[in-house]
Design a binder for this molecule. Sequence first.
Ligand code: SF4
Length: 66
Amino acid sequence: MATVEVDQDLCVGDEICAAMEPEIFEMRDDGLAYVVDGQEEVDGDMVAAAREAADACPVDAIIVEE
Ligand code: SF4
């Protein structure tokens, strides 16, 4: 189990996370990434997926905490 957050103050809207892991991240009308409703806590393979997206984010806007 891990919690997933996006810091919209850091996000630059390049859509990398949403393209990599659309089950966890989505782009909203403001052009920034958000965690999909209901995915604020993830389990199993989704933890690794969230971490991969966090590693790929160029501005470290994705926070994954176990
Ligand atoms: S990868 Fe980072 S900067 Fe890019 S959209 Fe996702 S949170 Fe924003």
